[in-house]
Design a protein around this ligand. Structure first.
Ligand code: ITT
Length: 203
């Protein structure tokens, strides 16, 4: 059985403001105080893992150890089957140091030239780590396809080129509340909440 979160405060171990906003929104119903890793001045560990899970665990463990509080990290990315899964765990790196996602999206478009398979998934792994080193990890996915040119100014990262299954708007055009209901992050968060944020009175 997963370890339950019993505290009142946790660190969200991300330096990405778009993710921080989405995770804070997902946590809101649980009335848990949220501190961002950037605000606490926690260092950004090097992401040396070979999977979303490994990188999420590495970030969550580093923040829990440095802060002495339970920490929640997200490692996520865009997985494109026609590009053998790229950019995948390197999704942030494709935007380079300037976090230039117009450039990263143009790179995806260029590499897809001549390929008709436009399927893509967003994947997120959420890891909750405790200062004693215990971790609980959950993976979520949102399936869809890619469109070019990018559309919409909402969301962040690759949102303007991703249309979820069954829809016509990109995540960049969509009302944020709708993205929060169907995203890879929401999928992973639902599993995390069911396992770790259960209150004694719920059982
Ligand atoms: P932290 O490691 O500090 O959390 P990061 O941006 O470096 O921030 P990742 O290493 O997990 O995070 O990189 C994930 C990248 O994948 C992220 O920068 C986005 O470009 C992209 N991504 C993940 N989730 C996304 C979403 O919901 N919408 C758009 N792009 C997303």
């Amino acid at each position: 059985m997963a370890r339950r979160f019993a505290g009142e405060r946790l660190v969200v171990a991300t330096h990405n403001p778009g993710k921080l906003a989405e995770i804070a929104e997902l946590l809101r119903p649980f009335e848990i105080g949220v501190a961002g890793a950037g605000v606490l001045g926690l260092p950004e560990p090097e992401e040396t893992g070979a999977s979303f899970e490994a990188n999420a665990e590495l970030k969550a463990r580093a923040a829990a150890q440095a802060s002495g509080l339970p920490a929640l990290a997200d490692d996520s990315g865009l997985v494109v089957p026609a590009l053998d899964g790229a950019p995948g765990i390197h999704s942030a790196r494709w935007a380079r140091a300037g976090r230039d996602f117009a450039r990263a999206m143009a790179e995806v478009e260029a590499r897809l030239a001549g390929k008709s398979d436009r399927r893509a998934s967003f994947v997120a792994c959420l890891t909750l780590a405790w200062p004693d080193g215990h971790v609980e990890s959950f993976r979520g996915e949102a399936r869809g396809h890619l469109v070019f040119p990018p559309r919409g100014t909402r969301g962040f990262g690759y949102d303007p080129i991703f249309v979820p299954e069954g829809g016509s708007e990109t995540f960049g055009e969509m009302d944020p509340a709708r993205k929060h209901a169907i995203s890879h992050r929401a999928d992973a968060f639902g599993k995390l909440a069911a396992a770790c944020f259960v209150r004694e009175t719920d059982t």
